[in-house]
Design a protein around this ligand. Structure first.
Ligand code: C2O
Length: 541
């Protein structure tokens, strides 16, 4: 196994998109940031130097961080932020993970421009479970705002109103041909006729689930969130924020240019969303005549096509060497996830619906990050008064979660409440979408873990009938899972990685409104089950 050393300088960089030039925060002046390519079993050492004017942290999304929770990155959860002028070295080893992950800032909404791909190849001498593709490309989907992203975040957080929607979607940082002033920068992927191409599709958008398709080409799905799945072929995929999907395409069409394109899958009722389309070009070498005509656009589903999104999710099946899903459950948890409204006295801070503010919650607790220190430091050093351990295992009141529920029943409470898990316990979490303000999809991400997705459905979860239908045979394994609009998802995992692990909605506006909680996983017995001590350069608050 190898060790990969990198320097990440977080800095302000001037870029031009959609006819305007502005400053954004980047790593090493690159947007998207550098792609890290490693092998399963390798060690990664990244020194982050903060030359920007904001605090920052970097999260290695989906990396298990076995015994190294200090390198996970979410600010105030596993570390205090790196101050301007400061630095911190993230050091971790890849253990039994292959496929596509990514890294992003986990501080305010800086991940809008601070992100990059993390490609994990099989160990030296071992192969993909599919034939080696001739080309291997990251396809990172993002969202672009003309306004400064911190201003967009402040507006949403200060006023309690929905955030401004993005001005464009992007592929590898470029909006593409269909937007103003964007033709020059449009990303081109060049292929030889007959080649097979691995596209590593990453949804790095802040607030939007996306459909993705390539004109005239079928996509064979071979991996999700750095795990393998049973391959299947489709013309469209749906990727939620935080998720990755590896697809193989064969360049078997007549040699010309084809668009690959991404567009919103937006489930919120009456909600506003960016309804534009981003494109990149798949270009065959040796273009024949006809090559000068415009590339073909793929047919993408309508923004509210839940049937297509659901059908896609249902086709995802794990492979046998993903280990066996636990049968016996030690911790049976039921968490509601959803938006809510809190009463608010009139004023600029009450610009949500009817002079309220948005607050999002799990089990009616709207999560508040500490400021004095990180949760992991508080836990490790036994600092009192930073968090409590009373996160409820079930909702405080039970009702028809997907019906139209009165607000009086469900006023989120604010708190820094955690839930403690014994090392090695088998955990099941039912995630139930609620409809207090509106029903919508929530891509829920668990740090430090992979989980099995054993069930998914619409309506209220029914412990008798739905449990009987769980897929314990070949469930897909992921780190981020969609809780469908007006429905539920059930996940299982084994608490084999000690530390403090954030569990949250990967839509940044929902995270900012509190759609999060955190688990403490206690140490087990012996070195292999015990978290490492903090590195000496761990930033202090
Ligand atoms: Cu990709 Cu908590 O994040």
């Amino acid at each position: 196994a190898e060790s990969h050393k990198h320097d990440f300088t977080v800095q302000q960089t001037r870029v031009t998109r959609l006819c305007r030039t502005k400053n954004i925060i980047t790593v090493n002046g690159q947007f998207p940031g550098p792609t890290l390519t490693v092998r399963n079993g390798d060690t990664v050492v990244v020194t982050v130097v903060n030359r920007a004017r904001y605090n920052v942290t970097i999260h290695w999304h989906g990396i298990r961080q076995m015994r190294t929770p200090w390198a996970d990155g979410p600010e105030y959860v596993t570390q205090c932020p790196i101050r301007p002028g400061g630095s911190y070295t993230y050091r971790f080893t890849i253990e039994n993970q292959e496929g596509t992950l990514w890294w992003h800032a986990h501080s305010k909404w800086l991940r809008a421009t601070v992100y990059g791909a993390l490609v994990i190849l099989p160990k030296q001498g071992s192969n993909f479970p599919f034939s080696l593709p001739q080309k291997d490309f990251p396809v990172i989907l993002g969202e672009w705002w003309n306004r400064d992203i911190i201003a967009v975040q402040r507006q949403a957080q200060f006023t309690g109103a929905a955030p401004n929607i993005s001005d464009a979607y992007t592929i590898n940082g470029q909006p593409g041909d269909l937007y103003r002033c964007s033709t020059q920068g449009t990303v081109k992927y060049s292929v030889n006729p007959g080649e097979s191409v691995l596209l590593r599709v990453i949804n790095a958008a802040l607030n939007q689930q996306l459909f993705f398709s390539v004109a005239n080409h079928m996509l064979t799905v071979v991996g999700i969130d750095a795990t393998y799945n049973k391959p299947f072929t489709t013309n469209v995929i749906m990727v939620g924020p935080g998720q990755t999907t590896n697809v193989i395409l064969t360049a078997n069409q007549s040699p010309r240019q084809y668009y690959m394109a991404a567009r919103a899958y937006a489930t919120v009722r009456n909600g506003q969303f960016d309804n534009t389309t981003t494109t990149a070009i798949l270009e065959y070498k040796n273009l024949n005549s006809g090559a000068n005509s415009r590339p073909l656009l793929p047919q993408l589903p309508a923004f509210n096509d839940t049937a297509t999104a659901t059908a896609f999710a249902n086709r995802l099946r794990g492979v046998p060497n993903n280990n066996r899903v636990p049968n016996q459950i030690d911790e049976n948890l039921f968490f509601t996830v959803g938006l809510g409204l809190v009463n608010c006295t009139r004023g600029p801070r009450c610009q949500g619906p009817n002079n309220t503010r948005f607050a999002a919650s799990m089990n009616n607790i709207s999560f508040v990050l500490p400021r004095r220190t990180s949760l992991l430091q508080a836990y490790y050093q036994k600092i009192p008064g930073i968090y409590t351990l009373d996160f409820p295992r079930v909702p405080p009141v039970q009702f028809d979660y997907t019906g139209n529920v009165s607000r009086g029943l469900w006023q989120p409470r604010f708190g820094t409440k955690l839930y403690k898990l014994k090392f090695g316990s088998n955990v099941q979490i039912v995630l139930q979408d609620t409809a207090i303000f509106s029903t919508e999809d929530h891509p829920i991400h668990l740090h430090g873990y992979h989980f099995w997705v054993v069930g998914q459905g619409f309506g209220n979860f029914n412990a008798q009938t739905d449990t009987a239908n769980f897929n314990l045979n070949d469930p897909p394994v992921r780190n981020t899972i969609d809780v469908p609009v007006g429905g539920w998802t059930v996940i299982r995992f084994v608490a084999d990685n000690p530390g403090v692990w954030l569990f949250h909605c990967h839509i940044d506006s929902h995270l900012a409104w509190g759609l999060a909680m955190a688990f403490i996983v206690e140490n087990g017995i012996g070195e292999k089950q015990t978290m490492e001590p903090p590195p000496p350069d761990l930033p202090q608050c």
